[in-house]
Design a protein around this ligand. Structure first.
Ligand SMILES: Nc1ncnc2c1ncn2[C@@H]1O[C@H](COP(=O)(O)OP(=O)(O)O)[C@@H](O)[C@H]1O
Ligand SMILES: CC(=O)N[C@@H](CCC(=O)OP(=O)(O)O)C(=O)O
Length: 298
């Protein structure tokens, strides 16, 4: 394996100086990072992510991580012979699937991220939405139209949830005590039932409840692209509506962009969609003059 050449001392100093105004401005700011399952690809990227989050905490920001794990859930379902099905980016979740989702997200994926951050010297604490009454949910109603000529259909998605209430008390307590909360997107219904919630949806609601300065959505593409595959650096509500209608935004990008818009309309200051497979995407977006990815605006 080849390692990167050492940068000159003056370059290192320049980089630190470029970051200084941002570090000063962002002191005390809450940053909600949605860490998608597609961004958790190899050990190097996982270590980089853990370092970035730990660094944010040590320089005075308040990082809060909401993670996904769609591909990791699919792998276990596959071993069990269950075929995953998605409608409008949501996994249709029957009883056995719900058990797998809760085990994979709340267990392996959540504790894996906690362990990585702790190894970098951060103090991460893993939670699901059930802990401390963090996420209250109810069944999501999905209206699906296969194509322009078909009538809209109401789909029963099983245990797919939408957020009805966030109680951020546990997050405030942990953050104030120096811990980094790592949240699995599983919520509890009024009768104690368990819901599988899209991680972008959870991240957006948590960012709003915390009045976060940033909601950073890390995924596996550089941002939103147009019909000619060109990266769009900033996208507004009208363009989003048009691109969903004409099919140029599809699949998992539909909920991501809709919940990004929800966050920006409800007080989160900036919502970038970034490629989590690019090393240190979080640091580059926050602390350099080069904006990367797609910024979602009203
Ligand atoms: N216009 C678009 N621009 C970028 N990606 C898009 C677009 N439309 C659909 N996508 C798809 O959305 C995917 C990201 O959503 P998803 O797979 O759910 O990510 P994650 O698991 O990170 O939440 C991309 O890999 C891409 O295939
Ligand atoms: C309802 C629903 O679709 N829930 C998602 C939760 C995990 C998730 O969102 O993971 P990514 O961010 O990695 O896609 C799922 O079951 O896959």
């Amino acid at each position: 394996m080849t390692s990167d050449p050492m940068p000159a001392n003056s370059t290192v100093a320049d980089i630190l100086i470029e970051a200084l105004p941002y570090i000063r401005r962002f002191s005390g700011m809450t940053v909600v990072v949605k860490y998608g399952g597609h961004a958790m690809v190899d050990d190097q990227l996982k270590t980089d992510f853990a370092r970035d989050i730990t660094l944010l905490k040590f320089i005075g920001l308040n990082p809060v991580v909401v993670h996904g794990g769609g591909p990791q859930i699919n792998r276990v379902l596959d071993q069990m012979g269950i075929r995953p099905q998605f409608v409008r980016g949501m996994r249709l979740t029957d009883g056995p699937t719900m058990d797998v989702v809760e085990m994979v997200l709340g267990g392996k994926v959540n504790k894996g991220i906690v362990a990585q951050i702790n190894q970098q010297g951060g103090k991460a604490v893993g939670l699901s939405g059930k802990d401390g009454g963090l996420i209250e949910a109810r069944k999501m109603r999905i209206v699906h139209q296969a194509d322009a000529d078909s009538p809209p259909e109401i789909i029963d998605p099983g245990m797919v949830g939408e957020v009805t209430r966030i109680d951020p008390g546990i997050i405030h307590t942990l953050s104030q005590q120096g811990f980094i909360p790592i949240i699995a997107p599983v919520g509890a219904g009024a009768a104690g039932e368990t819901y599988n919630i899209n991680a972008d949806l959870v991240a957006s609601h948590i960012a709003v409840a915390l009045s976060a300065g940033r909601l950073m959505l890390l995924t596996d593409v550089d941002g939103v692209v147009d019909a000619h595959d060109q990266l769009i650096s900033s996208i507004d509500a009208a363009t989003i509506g048009r691109m969903i209608d004409d099919g140029s935004i599809s699949g998992g990008m539909i909920p991501k962009i809709e919940y990004a818009l929800h966050a920006i309309k409800n007080g989160v200051k900036k919502v970038p969609i970034l490629n989590g497979r690019r090393r240190h995407a979080i640091l580059l977006e926050l602390f350099t003059d080069r904006g990367i990815g797609t910024e979602v605006i009203e």
